[in-house]
Design a protein around this ligand. Structure first.
Ligand code: IMP
Ligand code: MG
Length: 179
């Protein structure tokens, strides 16, 4: 399914994950997560803004009770390449004693997730895991553990399904390379 030139998708290239592939991945992840947290109540922490669309789908596909919070960080790339990250919008609620799943739209270098893990751990959650819908196939300088992930993609810049290029293309219902 290609939609190059259809208006919304103007400027995008090859589609890496179309709507049906996305639906299948979300369903598979939700099944796995629901099974792993069967006797628990899940506290999802979405990383703004890229995770918003995936999180909305994942949340509705889960069969365990789930609560929701969001965090926003200033990408390290805009400040430094050292992996130092600044929190732009912090969580609304404490996560102490909660079973926390940090949800990212995409994992590239892993620096963001790695920072979020270290930061979250200091807040003493009962458990802490990570989920990213799309993972780039590349070397990661950090030792971030991805407990759940959807699809591995080549190390290219992608947009759609919540992922942006300068705030554009988040509303594309598929994940595509930027042309
Ligand atoms: P990290 O390199 O794993 O820390 O990813 C940092 C952030 O960069 C992600 O959460 C995204 O917001 C953004 N990002 C990385 N790769 C892409 C991409 O291909 N498209 C859109 N955003 C990306
Ligand atoms: Mg971005």
């Amino acid at each position: 399914m290609t939609r190059v030139g259809d208006g919304v998708g103007n400027g995008v290239g090859e589609v890496l994950l179309d709507e049906s592939a996305i639906r299948a991945e979300v369903g598979r992840l939700a099944l796995q997560i629901s099974a792993d947290y069967a006797d628990k109540s899940l506290h999802l922490v979405g990383v703004l803004k890229g995770a918003a669309v995936f999180l909305a789908d994942l949340l509705r596909a889960l069969t365990v009770p789930a609560t929701l919070d969001f965090i926003s960080i200033v990408p390290y790339g805009q400040v430094t390449t050292s992996g130092v990250v600044r929190i732009r919008k912090d969580l609304d609620e404490p996560i102490e004693g909660k079973d926390v799943l940090v949800v990212e739209g995409i994992c590239a270098s892993g620096l963001s997730l790695s920072y979020l893990l270290r930061n979250s751990q200091t807040r003493r959650p009962a458990s802490l895991r990570t989920c990213a819908f799309v993972v780039k196939r590349r070397e990661r300088p950090t030792d971030v553990t991805l407990h759940y992930f959807g699809r591995e993609i080549p190390d290219v810049f992608v947009v759609g399904y919540g992922l942006d290029a300068q705030e554009q293309y988040r509303n594309l219902p598929y994940v595509a390379r930027l042309a």
